[in-house]
Design a protein around this ligand. Structure first.
Ligand SMILES: *Cc1c(COP(=O)(O)O)cnc(C)c1O
Length: 404
């Protein structure tokens, strides 16, 4: 009996172990019980990311607490100026989340019911949710297979007299082909709003993601490359009138308290989040380097190239790998995922079902088969831990999964 042991999983990353250290005839047992983090590789370890700047973060949080300036004010103004300068945009408007950044940008661009907006069906829900929330109609265009971003060569044929704009998404940390998107938009006189929620710091021929088109949005959701300690987002634009309108709209549409020019909403960024983001922004490039170095480790150490396709950095791009997403071929994705799960190697599927196939958008009339490149991506993609110091272990585990 002594030495008998067992254990199990309590939830994501948590486990328990039980061991009977000693047992005697009268059934007196000494039981060793352990509950804690399972040894393995988490998909993202935010605590580890914060560890070297923990004191600076704590100090800033206390400073905001003692200032009692929790809504608007200095911390938000400062972060907006820092973010705009970092990206090379005229203006950054801090808002409550990436999702709200999309909504407020669409409101400021004057989108109205009946308008059509072209976007990709292979993105996070919020891109398309925002279009519907402002009463417009999403019109989907398939993606190109290398970068998972909208295929600009397919945009023109989907344009109608009701098309008002295009929302390309720079998915997983690599910019969409913004030149081609801007050129087709320019030809038809429609705006471009870049959903750069996953691509802060990414570049296309040296120009920062988020600064293309009429406006670009960021998300500061904790798992994004620049994450707050809660929700947050921003809209970048070089158009001062558009920026002014968003500043108005995020505060219910009023310049002066209790006098309103428009119907906006409460889309404000918390001072506490803005202050945290100010502390974190100067470290973004260091964290990017960890991600890019790990991408190189994977390039070298993931072996079975008949069984999977690794993400690649496309021409003129600087990829910041918000997610490192491989394709697992030959219908083996779910099997490989189960293998990694069993070894506690973090992984995730972004995204398992395209947006044109979602129940809530069934009224749009799309069918399975309409966007084959997106649908194939949804069946093959698998994200691996990329902000980690255990990339060789992940590669080794994946190599066994692909062999098995
Ligand atoms: C995260 C994300 C959003 C929404 O951001 P939130 O801050 O979570 O509201 C929008 N679009 C894309 C592509 C995203 O990844």
């Amino acid at each position: 009996m002594a030495g008998l042991s067992g254990g199990g999983k309590l939830g994501p990353g948590m486990g328990f172990a039980v061991r009977v250290l000693e047992a005697s005839g009268d059934q007196r047992r000494i039981v060793y019980l352990w509950v804690g983090e399972i040894m393995g590789v988490p998909l993202l370890d935010i605590k580890k990311m914060h560890a070297p700047i923990r004191d600076a973060l704590a100090q800033k949080v206390l400073e905001v607490m003692d200032s009692a300036m929790y809504v608007n004010g200095k911390y938000v103004d400062d972060f907006e100026a820092e973010l705009a300068a970092y990206c090379g945009a005229a203006k950054a408007v801090g808002v409550s989340s990436g999702s709200d950044a999309l909504i407020i940008a669409l409101m400021a661009l004057g989108v109205k019911p009946g308008d059509e907006i072209i976007t990709t069906p292979f993105t996070f829900f919020a891109t398309v949710g925002a279009i519907v929330r402002v009463g417009a109609t999403p019109v989907f265009v398939d993606i190109e297979p290398r970068g998972f971003n909208i295929d600009p060569s397919l945009i023109e044929e989907r344009m109608t007299s009701r098309t008002v704009g295009i929302i390309p998404v720079s998915l997983f940390g690599q910019t969409a082909d913004m030149d081609a998107v801007e050129s087709v938009a320019g030809k038809h006189g429609v705006w471009v709003l870049e959903d750069a929620a996953q691509s802060i710091g990414a570049r296309l021929h040296g120009k920062m993601s988020g600064t293309f088109g009429h406006a670009g949005i960021f998300s500061f959701f904790p798992a994004k490359n620049l994450g707050a300690m809660g929700d947050g987002g921003a809209v970048l634009t070089d158009d001062p009138a558009l920026a002014d309108k968003m500043v108005l709209l995020r505060n219910h549409g009023g310049h002066h308290r209790y006098y309103y020019d428009e119907v906006g909403g409460n889309f404000r960024l918390d001072a506490m989040q803005a202050a945290v983001l100010s502390v974190k922004l100067p470290h973004l490039e260091t964290w990017e380097k960890v991600r890019r170095d790990n991408a190189k480790v994977y390039d070298e150490q993931i072996l079975n190239r008949d069984g999977c396709v690794l993400p690649d950095e496309m021409e003129s791009r600087y990829h910041v790998y918000n997610q490192y997403v491989i394709r697992v071929l030959n219908g083996r994705r779910d099997g490989v995922k189960a293998f990694l799960d069993a070894e506690n190697v973090g992984n995730a599927i972004y995204y398992p079902l395209c947006l044109h196939q979602q129940k809530c958008f069934s009224n749009l009339g799309y069918q399975t088969g309409d966007f084959p490149v997106s649908e194939r991506a949804a069946a093959e993609v698998l994200a691996l831990p990329i902000y980690t110091d255990q990339a060789p272990q992940v590669a080794e585990s994946l190599n066994r999964a692909l062999k098995g």
